[in-house]
Design a protein around this ligand. Structure first.
Ligand code: MG
Length: 413
């Protein structure tokens, strides 16, 4: 009896650590996937403008894909330069990678521009990868969704009253289900311009702008919101006059009546008018938006999520804006991959207003670019529950827009 008890005790004492290890290995503390980054590759596409697609590869056979645009020219060699710092790292620590790449680049332009745009593409790829590795949609990793459907506005060039097809096209956009439109009223070739360089608009130019807004307003239902972009191409007196003259149209916003760099001037215009003022598509990181918000210089901010620093950075910018009760209407001109990535952010932030869509003149490429096909339904995008961003590139279609003489996700030698 004693012998058998002794033997039981001694066997159990030996077995317990092994058992505890086995339990730990099979339960939550060790469920987190272990991955290492093995490569980072790029492809260049010309859709609405120039886009860089990035893939981050791992030793577990999965990769994440991200996309950057606009200031992405020059991003490819910057991303190649990131490779040394990324190889062998755990891709699930997205914030740690982002912070190390950014702080590692403070003498290389990491305050904005091409550097942050390149970093953005990588950050988005890391979230796609994290979602795939964990079996969760990106919105879940950003805090979960506050809405299922993301409202889209259509950027349309159909605002010329003399264009015989414009009215029909605008009404077609409304029939497609869009509840908001945007038009551009800056016109370098306006015959009423007196000076090719100076951006003080003449009376004739301002009359043309008002006429175009009135025309579009008359073509669509009252419930369709209208935003108007001046692309930051005018000076302060013009910006102020246009904002005041457009007040009767109750615009969703007037975008960048002056460039965004001088926050005080933007605030002067905002204070002079009832027309809501929106800006921020060329600002980077939280730092780019801080002063704008602190000085109450805008009514709405519009970070471009494919260049402002990434999905989590966009969420942080939106959260900063939320403390000022300021809505966020992201600028967005990318393919359905970057677009859906942006929509995950839009689904996750409470103060989202509406997101841009700019591919109406590229419908074939838009619908074929991802294997899932059309992602906009009646003017809204439903964020998918599939892991990661939830859309995969259709390479055959995407390659029809490949930038000539560039590589296509070439393995790094
Ligand atoms: Mg704009």
């Amino acid at each position: 009896m004693n012998n058998s008890r002794r033997s039981f005790v001694s066997t159990s004492a030996l077995a317990l650590p092994a058992l505890a290890h086995a339990i730990q290995a099979q339960t939550s503390p060790f469920r987190r996937p272990k991955l290492k980054i093995t490569d980072i590759r790029t492809a260049e596409v010309r859709g609405h403008g120039y886009q860089v697609h990035v893939r981050v590869y791992t030793d577990q056979g999965i990769y994440g894909q991200g996309e950057a645009t606009d200031s992405a020219a020059g991003a490819v060699p910057i991303i190649a330069g990131f490779r040394r710092m990324l190889m062998g790292r755990d891709p699930l620590n997205v914030e740690a990678i982002w912070e190390s790449l950014r702080t590692g680049g403070i003498f290389a332009g990491a305050q904005g521009g091409q550097f942050v745009t390149a970093l953005t593409a990588v950050e988005i790829a890391l979230w796609d990868l994290a979602g795939k590795a964990l079996g969760l949609p990106v919105y879940q990793l950003l805090g979960g969704k506050v809405r299922d459907k993301v409202r889209v506005y259509c950027d349309s060039a159909n605002h010329h009253p003399d264009d015989p097809k414009a009215k029909e096209k605008l009404q077609e956009i409304e029939k497609m289900g869009f509840t908001a439109l945007k038009i551009d009223i800056d016109e370098a070739r306006d015959p009423a311009r007196f000076d090719r360089v100076n951006w003080t608009a003449s009376n004739g130019e301002i009359d043309r702008m008002v006429k175009e807004v009135a025309f579009v307003r008359s073509c669509v239902s009252r419930n369709v919101d209208l935003a108007v972009d001046m692309h930051g191409r005018y000076d302060a007196p013009t910006g102020k006059r246009v904002a005041i003259e457009l007040e009767p149209f109750k615009l969703l916003w007037l975008e960048e009546p002056v460039p965004a760099e001088n926050v005080d001037v933007m605030r002067d215009i905002r204070q002079a008018t009832k027309t809501p003022i929106c800006c921020g598509e060329n600002l980077f990181l939280r730092h780019g938006f801080r002063e704008l918000l602190e000085k109450r210089a805008v009514d709405i901010i519009m970070p471009d999520i494919q260049k402002c620093g990434g999905l989590l950075e966009a969420r942080k910018i939106a959260d900063m804006a939320h403390t000022y009760y300021t809505p966020v209407a992201p600028h967005c001109v990318v393919s359905p991959i970057g677009y859906m990535a942006s929509c995950h952010v839009c689904a996750a932030v409470p103060n989202f207003l509406v997101i841009e869509w700019h591919w109406i003149s590229r419908m074939k490429l838009w619908k074929e670019f991802v294997k899932e096909g059309e992602i906009i339904e009646k003017g809204f995008v439903t964020v998918p529950d599939r892991p990661g961003i939830g859309v995969e590139m259709n390479e055959e279609a995407a390659r029809t827009a490949q930038v000539p003489n560039t590589g296509w996700f070439e393995e790094t030698k």
